[in-house]
Design a protein around this ligand. Structure first.
Ligand code: ZN
Length: 242
């Protein structure tokens, strides 16, 4: 089985199109999305429709739930709040019903998906270091857990002794006695200094996770954010990847 796993599209259709196009060259059997399809970008409806058409496994992110009032907006900074209000206006009732149907956890025989952390997933904590990763490892019942939220791609690995290390390698070879928390990075708003879209491939036969990056039409995504009247800073940060 080859999974295409991505997160944090954030209404950026140009980026999502580039990632789906790239996946088409990688023989993906099943797509999985780790949340935050909407918020920040100017094409939330189009991104929701694309994601729906992939018929994928999905979990909700903080933006997805906040836009349908399942999560409080007090959590967000001013720019994110403005974008949430804009997004809530842009979506139809059908779009909102689709968002409301998303759960916080997804699990199958191979993997678990959660946007933030497994402990209190409804609070959307950030996993920033080994300490914050340890709570999720403690609750993990599969070898791999895929997360999003920070928009920074990377892997926490817990070995058989319980020691946790962090790696930024582009390829991770899965050893069954270890446990892995893999942050797939962001399709639509990378924050690790590289403005290219981030996405992952997990091959269960090769026992391997690959991190990929692809360029997309940032100028067009920026122009749409400005034309929609969304905060200027949301357009500027796309070029910086921050
Ligand atoms: Zn996000």
């Amino acid at each position: 089985m080859r999974y295409g796993i991505f997160a944090d599209v954030h209404g950026n259709l140009e980026a999502l199109d580039a990632v789906i196009g790239a996946y088409e060259t990688h023989n993906i059997d099943r797509y999985l999305c780790v949340g935050d399809v909407v918020g920040y970008g100017a094409n939330p409806r189009e991104c929701l429709a694309k994601v729906k058409s992939l018929a994928l496994g999905i979990v909700a992110g903080n933006h997805d739930w906040a836009v349908v009032d399942l999560f409080g907006r007090a959590y967000f900074n001013a720019y994110a709040k403005t974008a949430l209000e804009w997004t809530a206006q842009a979506l139809t009732n059908e779009d909102k019903a689709y968002l409301k149907s998303w759960k916080l956890l997804y699990r199958n025989d191979h993997l678990t998906l959660v946007h933030g952390t497994l402990q209190e997933p409804e609070r959307f904590y950030y996993m920033v270091d080994s300490d914050s990763a340890s709570g999720t490892f403690a609750l993990l019942t599969t070898t791999l857990c895929f997360v999003g939220h920070s928009h920074v791609a990377g892997t926490f690995i817990r070995d058989a002794h319980g020691d946790i290390e962090y790696q930024e390698a582009a390829r991770i070879d899965i050893i069954p006695k270890n446990r892995y928390i893999i942050n797939v990075g962001s399709v639509g708003q990378p924050r690790d200094g590289d403005p290219q879209s981030s996405y992952c491939i997990y091959d269960t036969t090769k026992n391997q996770v690959e991190f990929k990056r692809i360029e997309y039409d940032i100028a067009s995504a920026k122009k749409k954010i400005l034309a929609a009247g969304l905060p200027m800073s949301l357009a500027g940060r796309l070029l910086q990847g921050k």
